[in-house]
Design a protein around this ligand. Sequence first.
Ligand SMILES: *Cc1c(COP(=O)(O)O)cnc(C)c1O
Length: 467
Amino acid sequence: MPSLPKKTDLVRGHADSGMNRSAAACYNPGLRSYKKIPAISMSTRQAQFERASARIPGGVNSPARSFKSVGGTPLFIESAEGARVRDTDGHEYIDYVGSFGPMIVGHAHPDVVAAVNRAAAAGLSFGAPTTRETDLAETLCERVPSLDMVRLVNSGTEATMSALRLARGFTGRNLIVKFAGCYHGHVDALLVNAGSGALTHGTPSSPGVPPAVVADTLTLPYNDVSEAFSLFQERGDEIACVIVEPVAGNMNCVPPAPGFLEALRELCSEHGALLIFDEVMTGFRVGPGCAQERFGIEPDLTALGKVIGGGLPVGAFGGRRDIMAQLAPLGPIYQAGTLSGNPLATAAGLATLEIVGEPGFFDTLEARTATLLAGLRERAEKAGVALRTNQVGAMFGLFFTDAPAVRCLDDVTACDTERFAAFFCAMLEEGIYLAPSAFEAGFLSAAHDDGVIEQTLEAAERAFARL
Ligand SMILES: *Cc1c(COP(=O)(O)O)cnc(C)c1O
């Protein structure tokens, strides 16, 4: 990859070329309009975005990459290394997106890149088993408390979709319970808006999902034990499974309230329903044995993705042996994938898991995340900006609110999203790349060392002052 500019060049570059980049691109909530972009300073990425938008809906292959909610043009990334990404305009940013989670060891980690290169040279895909698939399956089962067996797939969506089918097939029941604000990929049955109460039916949250497909999906408020209890009292014997993010990471970052996951575990066991932890985001992100080890709760099934692929497309689902034994070809419940267990993906995943398995890996990462958040709160307070933060392991959330706590979707939506957008833009101008939405969590990597965090805090101080 091309060598990245030095930090000092970078900082100067930002000051000099602000107009060229962010000022030209960012929505200014104060003005409630897009700043005028002089045609002459049209950046490379703006041209690239226009070109992309002609052929790719919205110019992006996943809506989370869009800058729709913050205004402006997405960065087009040319290369990345460690904690930094570099865009096609030659600007470098400290990255807190990390591909929305997978890049926990930092971008282009030499060990991961070498493992992928070695794998590629030996053939890209075979449609026959490889021992590396077993290596990855063994690694996952050794480290994640509830896993007896796993199946590899190609995305988090595939993992949750397959886990739901397995839960329904295993229990012979149809009802699925999910929580408002949790995201489990774009699975039809889970694209549902909550009904007015736990017992009323939700409606599809996307056109193209027939109401019949979500008719068996019930949505509860996150962290609300009494609602879950009432639902199980009423319909417990029809519920196939409860699917939950053990730390919600798709409505920004919302940790489970004490007792919440325990209550779900008890209710499921008592009523013969399966508990599914969607650990696609939390898996090897909040600790070496995922959220289930951290919180001491064993689900029946677990969905994984993101980190276990180290940046390549991977997912996995697994759990109790008696349940997994119902999957084809052992059992009657069908699931398949041409590229599942792909040699490159398993190589990247194993190399990444080896690094995160080193002693102290998560302690360091968690401590640095805490340092970052404490520094942000302090600087926000100094600037008179109401900011709350949530953190579990190496994932975090920033909330522009003076509410005492952020515990569920309603709390998150009550935060000041315009202020977030302004902060996002100010940080981008300062060379800090946050996820372009107030509803996404932030992620650190092992490459975010003390110097990177200090640089982020200095940038934040200037950004807060401008809010
Ligand atoms: C990202 C994510 C998914 C979807 O994974 P994809 O690989 O994008 O399909 C599912 N569940 C959770 C909790 C996620 O964060």
